[in-house]
Write a protein that binds this ligand. Structure first.
Ligand SMILES: [Zn+2]
Length: 81
């Protein structure tokens, strides 16, 4: 059986504690990755009457302009602009 002095035991204790903290840090850094927020281009509407640009994610085909209260229909060519 080999003999360990106090300084070696303290060194091993500190290094093992740091290793545990490092492993936990890497683990939770991978788990806690924030979800990326992506705004869909279809949510952005431009009113055909007053040219007001607004966001409406609840409707996909027809949306009401919050400024002039007119209804706007989603045009496929609007997404290209
Ligand atoms: Zn409008």
């Amino acid at each position: 059986m080999f003999h360990l002095d106090v300084s070696t035991l303290v060194f091993l204790y500190v290094m093992s504690s740091l290793l545990v903290v490092f492993v936990l840090w890497i683990f939770f850094e991978r788990v806690a990755a924030l979800p990326k927020f992506v705004r869909e281009e279809a949510d952005v509407w431009e009113c055909s009457i007053c040219a007001y640009t607004y966001v409406d994610s609840t409707h996909h085909e027809i949306s009401q302009c919050p400024r002039c209260k007119s209804y706007n229909k989603k045009e496929p060519e609007d997404r290209l602009l």
